[in-house]
Design a protein around this ligand. Sequence first.
Ligand SMILES: [Mg+2]
Length: 248
Amino acid sequence: MAGIKWVLASDIDGTLVGHGGESELAQYLSEHPEIGAIYLTGRTRANAEPLIRRHGFPEPLALATDIGADVYWGSELRVDESWAFQQRRDWSPRRVMRVLEGVPGVEYLGRSSHWRLAFRVTDHHALTAARTRLVQEGVMHRTLWDGEQDRMDVVPRGAFKGRALKYILNRLSIRPQQCFVAGDAENDGDLLEGRYRGVLVANADIGLREKLPPVILRSPYEGAYGVLDGLRQFLNDPIDQLEAEYAG
Ligand SMILES: [Mg+2]
């Protein structure tokens, strides 16, 4: 933590990785050790960690996995037990499975982790039916819908990247003004809602682009090039705009 002045808090897939510029961004960050890295991903720890290392991105100050359901600290990635405990209090994957069993058009696919259950859902009727069932049965949850794969994931209701980031920054005593966020998709929406300066990369979902506040840069570059573009602009002019917005 010593010497950290700024933090890049970023999504991984589609933002840091997958659209080029990975090595340029990794190089830039290695030349700027005053910028700490926080990664927030839908992946599990087991498949996020190798990706961060393979591209030479900095060791994390923290890594939030499963859309913020788990938080890990530092380069040794110590799990945050109290955070996990909070998530676990009202999370019951077996209940989710039992309640959705027999709902027409909904088929259990499996779970990628303790926090994430995947279902194949045939159409919007089935999706609505599944969501209604979960609510009627009082199952605490949050659903994520991937229309391209006809897939619905059920995760703990507190699994939000923005919520995890707020917790991480608090614990590290990093102010929102020191934090720069980056993302590309719907599950980054609550990172990019205007609490922090940030960038939406060019390959992002179009719907998301229109929803975001002006404080979020829309980079003309994809992936890691977009993150680098946004980060450079932020570091040239880091404080005033956000403070003006807070004051206003
Ligand atoms: Mg993404």
